[in-house]
Design a protein around this ligand. Structure first.
Ligand SMILES: [Mn+2]
Length: 272
């Protein structure tokens, strides 16, 4: 499918949690004129502890480079896990432009601030040690996710269920953390006179409208596996990069490509 823009954040290459295979499927399914990598693409924090790099993660890097070479406008916006790249604001590496933030004008003329967003996260900004600690805890949840997924597959329970996602929705402090973050970002965008924002960082994907400001979060590729597409008319849509396990098996058996969105729609409700 051809779209105008594709926005992806929080891939966390270099970690065990990175779901590179699912991201590869998405990259295969969507051709775009603009590709925005909205921060935390390569996880240098985690790689300081230990490096986990798979052939699929290599392929992700190669596919992105290839798209840039073939004329797609690829922009890399650094996040806090790849903050070393922030020194290269405005520098082009081959066909990829690094920018700390960018104003994207959509096909419908609406102007969106594109940035990773960690500067609006009070925890990361003022208590770096706490952020690192939280990161280790979150990584544990994501790993536990992997065990649960395998167990569910073994028991032939359909669908995809994320423990980390569940925790984020149920733990009260996590919910208020997400609200505080969204409020801070929306406030900043309104001050700057823009129509909306496209960010990442908090691993909580959404497209929503608040008092005339469109708040969009790309989500992530360790847990929710989501991305944002801008259609040719400027409409922004949240897409899911995973297929329900049962249908995935069917698709593999038949060697066919299912319509991911149609297939996943029925399974979006939470398992208990
Ligand atoms: Mn981040």
């Amino acid at each position: 499918m051809k779209v105008r823009s594709l926005f992806i954040s929080d891939v966390h290459l270099g970690t065990r949690g990175c779901q590179a295979e699912r991201l590869l499927e998405l990259l295969r399914d969507y051709d775009s004129e603009h590709l925005f990598l909205v921060g935390d693409i390569i996880d240098f924090w985690a790689m300081n502890r230990s490096i986990y790099w798979t052939p699929e993660q290599n392929t992700v890097v190669q596919k992105v480079l290839r798209r840039a070479r073939h004329g797609e406008h690829v922009m890399l916006i650094p996040g806090n896990h790849d903050e070393a790249l922030r020194e290269y604001d405005g520098v082009s590496f081959g066909d990829i432009l690094v920018a700390n933030e960018h104003v994207h004008v959509a096909a419908d003329g609406r102007r969106y601030l594109v940035l990773h967003g960690d500067e609006f996260d009070q925890v990361t900004r003022y208590h770096r040690w706490l952020a690192v600690l939280g990161d280790i805890g979150y990584n544990f949840l994501v790993r536990a996710n992997g065990w649960i997924s395998r167990l569910r597959r073994g028991l032939r329970i359909p669908g995809y269920w994320s423990l980390a996602g569940y925790a984020k929705r149920r733990v009260k402090s996590a919910v208020s953390f997400i609200f505080d973050f969204e409020d801070a970002v929306i406030h900043a965008v309104r001050e700057r006179g823009l129509d909306g924002v496209i960010c990442g960082h908090i691993h909580s994907a959404t497209v929503k409208e608040t008092d005339g400001i469109t708040y969009i979060n790309c989500g992530d590729w360790v847990d929710s596996c989501t991305a944002i597409v801008e259609h040719m008319n400027g409409r922004m849509e949240l897409i899911h990069g995973w297929k329900p396990a049962a249908l995935q098996d069917a698709a593999n058996d038949a060697g066919s490509t299912l319509n991911r969105r149609a297939a996943s729609a029925d399974f979006l409700q939470e398992a208990p």
